[in-house]
Design a protein around this ligand. Structure first.
Ligand code: C2E
Ligand code: MG
Ligand code: MG
Length: 399
């Protein structure tokens, strides 16, 4: 096969077994792709650079080199071909190899389990390629700031409006219908620029200042929400820090903010990270129950990563579980991830809780969630967090 028209792409194969290699090449060509085979890692990397394949097939177990070394060398060489991993070693090992590929920032197209058929090869080539997982926002170091300056800056930002809110839509998994928005803190500092929550929320927590963040976000979000909500079904989700359950009059502050904005607490979901349920269990239980009695919905955020035991989950008055994105991101490519999400869904359904998956980055993940019966989804595949002023535009284009 040559460069002539009609070729779907170029596939470079490394396999140390000539028979397997030749068979792969034949299947790849039958699927309409050009193919080149080598059993030499040096030549493989050189071809990956110079021949510019669209896909590379990497044998995980070879005589002298292993596939993992080849994967990291591909990443070093900044080759951006989609990676297909082949092996006869079964699911767990392939899953670990996928994680290595993704951790190296390589686009990952799928696995090929030996023995494979012509149809398996065609299918893996037809897969839509998951974009490499986008790095989380780069943290901004605020170490130059003394505690006193941090407090000044934070309070200043809260009162000037520099501490604002981005909104991320939440939809039903099944139909993609809008059910609400999560409010996420966004600090734009005049000198530094954007400071992501990961850089200031933990510090505010440790200094006992997180209520400054909560109040600024809740107030701005409730006002925005009251202004736009044309129907009574959408909900506004607000993040609450663990520490606030035990140290502050959270209940009083939130009810005051809601009544000032004219938003009923039934329409507010408070997302509490799992760790918080740990703290002082008696106090947390009391605060959470009082909030629930006032109508607030209560969600366990980042579920699956924290400390909550099943007993706590069962005994606290939560209404929703939010499955952490580390489980969701790999759905469709990872059997263990699917097994874990399925059991989290089962647990939450058994307890009568709604379930949201966060970090839905691909159509594939959304399909799996829908099949597993998850209620709601949130993530870059649906929409990124956006300023309130952009929400209407997004809605008219997408929902
Ligand atoms: P979280 O509550 O679990 O929020 C979800 C985070 O995941 C957000 O990061 C969001 O931008 C990001 N995200 C959404 N979809 C995707 C996706 O598809 N892929 C990936 N990789 N990420 C996605 P953000 O805004 O940087 O917030 C980080 C954390 O900071 C939040 O995690 C929350 O724990 C905390 N936080 C944010 N705003 C507030 C706040 O107002 N108060 C408090 N106490 N904590 C806040
Ligand atoms: Mg959250
Ligand atoms: Mg979360």
């Amino acid at each position: 096969v040559t460069d002539s028209g009609g070729v779907k792409g170029r596939v470079l194969v490394i396999d140390d077994d000539p028979m397997v290699g030749r068979m792969l090449v034949a299947h790849i060509r039958a699927a309409g792709y050009e193919a080149t085979l080598t059993d030499d890692p040096e030549q493989f990397i050189q071809l990956a650079r110079e021949w510019k394949p669209t896909h590379v097939f990497v044998d995980l177990v070879m005589g002298d080199t292993d596939g993992l070394t080849v994967l990291s060398r591909l990443a070093e060489a900044e080759v951006d071909a989609a990676v297909v991993i082949q092996s006869g070693m079964g699911g767990r090992v392939l899953d670990a190899a996928r994680q290595v590929a993704q951790a190296n920032g390589l686009p990952y197209a799928g696995v090929l389990n030996k023995p494979f058929t012509r149809a398996d090869v065609a299918e893996v080539l037809a897969h839509s390629i998951d974009a490499p997982v986008r790095p989380d926002p780069t943290p901004v170091e605020l170490d130059d700031w003394s505690p006193a300056q941090f407090e000044d800056e934070l309070r200043g930002a809260a009162s000037s409006g520099a501490l604002g809110v981005a909104y991320q839509p939440k939809v039903t998994c099944h139909e993609g219908r809008l059910v609400g928005f999560e409010a996420l803190a966004r600090w734009t500092h005049p000198g530094i620029g954007a400071i992501p929550p990961i850089s200031f929320v933990p510090r505010a927590e440790s200094m006992g200042l997180v209520s400054v963040v909560t109040d600024a976000v809740a107030r701005a979000a409730a006002e925005w929400f009251a202004g736009r909500a044309p129907n009574g079904r959408e909900r506004l989700c607000i993040n609450i820090s663990a520490s606030e359950l035990v140290t502050s009059d959270l209940h009083g502050r939130l009810t005051a903010i809601c009544s000032a904005a004219g938003v009923s607490p039934e329409r507010i979901v408070l997302e509490v990270t799992e760790t918080s349920a740990m703290g002082d269990t008696t106090v947390s239980l009391e605060v959470l129950t009082r909030l629930r009695l006032d109508g607030f919905q209560l969600s366990i955020d980042d579920f699956g990563t924290g400390y909550s035991s099943m007993t706590q989950l069962a005994s606290m008055p939560f209404t929703e579980v939010k499955v952490d994105r580390s489980f969701v991101q790999n759905l469709g490519n990872s059997l263990p991830a699917e097994v874990m999400v399925r059991s989290m869904l089962q647990l939450s359904r058994g307890l009568g809780l709604e379930c949201t998956a966060e970090g839905v980055e691909t159509a594939l993940a959304l399909d799996v969630l829908s099949r597993l019966g998850c209620d709601f989804a949130q993530g870059y595949h649906i929409a990124r967090p956006m300023p309130g002023s952009e929400v209407e535009g997004w809605l008219s284009a997408n929902v």
